[in-house]
Design a protein around this ligand. Structure first.
Ligand code: GLY
Length: 331
């Protein structure tokens, strides 16, 4: 089935980056591989992700260093966290909603602006792979709830019980008071968002979460919403978010950050401005966490958050680093 293309692949934008020396050296080069400035030749491939998800970034790097695509890298990378039952904020083992059901959200976006998402999906361990199938195998962008689950089963995904004993026990304990009060950097340590540039200089991103612990049934945050939890523009850069999704949705955070980079801001400046927009709307009640990370076409990265405690991983030829993010609130 032919895919709709949502955003035009801005060949003109990329062409603007090509230096004459690189053009001169292109020679017999594959025309589909865009020539890029020297500084980017030095940095790519590269992957970055929210929080200290070192196994996930290592997996993505494995794909990238062997010449794999950024799309495969981000899918394979975040799948590590989806499969980790010790991680109670993503995939299997995620904390349930207030009724005891684990519901997962994920989205993925490629270099051509194609995207796919699943929302509030139960019983399937790898929502990111289902999101990719929505992108590649259907004319749609989002599938939700039972429909997403049905589609996944039709595509050969196995039914999996996502609620582990540990998460079930904690939920039953929570039910005694049913107090909904997310703890900064614990319940909100929620999402893996991952962005990558491959050897061809092409960008992709993925984002996956079990959402806020003990949320209302049916609640969906920013993570599967293209533009909010994730946005990729191959001519400019990409951004992704973690934290209280409602606030990210209100400012269409990731899209905003990519647009700010398009206007000339660095990834760091753009993340800071993205957080500032959220702060402006919440001056009287800044008791939640939001973190953004971003990468531009040159492979420059940035991250910023509201509360101290957020970190993000980068993995490139320069090494595998857990970067502490600057925060708006400093103590
Ligand atoms: N950022 C994840 C969520 O709010 O669901």
């Amino acid at each position: 089935m032919q895919r709709r293309t949502f955003l035009k692949n801005s060949a003109t934008g990329t062409a603007g980056l090509v230096s004459s020396s690189v053009l001169a050296s292109c020679g017999e080069m594959d025309k589909s591989v865009k020539a890029l400035p020297q500084e980017m030749e030095n940095v790519r491939p590269i992957v970055i992700c929210t929080w200290d998800f070192h196994n996930a970034s290592a997996k993505a790097w494995e794909v990238l260093k062997d010449g794999g695509s950024s799309l495969d890298a981000v899918e394979m990378g975040v799948k590590v966290e989806e499969a980790d039952i010790e991680n109670q904020t993503v995939g299997v083992g995620g904390r349930p909603d207030r009724d005891g059901k684990v519901t997962l959200d994920a989205c993925i976006m490629d270099k051509n602006g194609n995207c796919g998402a699943v929302l509030c999906m139960q019983n399937i361990a790898h929502p990111i792979s289902v999101a990719r199938m929505v992108m590649e195998e259907t004319p749609h962008v989002m599938l939700a709830g039972k429909g997403a689950e049905q589609f996944a089963m039709e595509q050969g995904f196995n039914k999996t019980d996502l609620l582990t004993e540990k998460s079930k026990k904690e939920w039953m304990e929570w039910k005694k008071t049913s107090k909904y009060q997310p703890i900064i950097n614990i319940e909100n340590h929620d999402t893996i968002g991952m962005l990558a540039i491959d050897k061809n200089g092409d960008l992709a991103g993925a984002c996956t979460t079990s959402g806020m612990a003990y949320k209302l049934a049916g609640r969906v945050g920013d993570s599967p919403i293209i533009g909010a939890g994730l946005f990729v523009d191959n001519a400019v850069g990409a951004a992704t978010a973690t934290g209280v999704g409602e606030e990210v949705v209100r400012t269409v955070g990731s899209f905003l950050i990519v647009e700010l980079m398009r206007q000339g801001k660095s990834p760091q400046e753009a993340c800071e401005e993205g957080v500032k927009r959220i702060i402006e709307k919440n001056r009287n009640k800044l008791d939640f966490q939001i973190g953004f990370i971003a990468i531009n076409k040159k492979g420059e990265t940035g991250g910023y958050c509201i509360q101290p405690g957020f970190t993000y991983r980068t993995f490139s030829k320069a090494g595998h680093v857990n970067n502490p993010s600057d925060s708006y609130i400093t103590s």
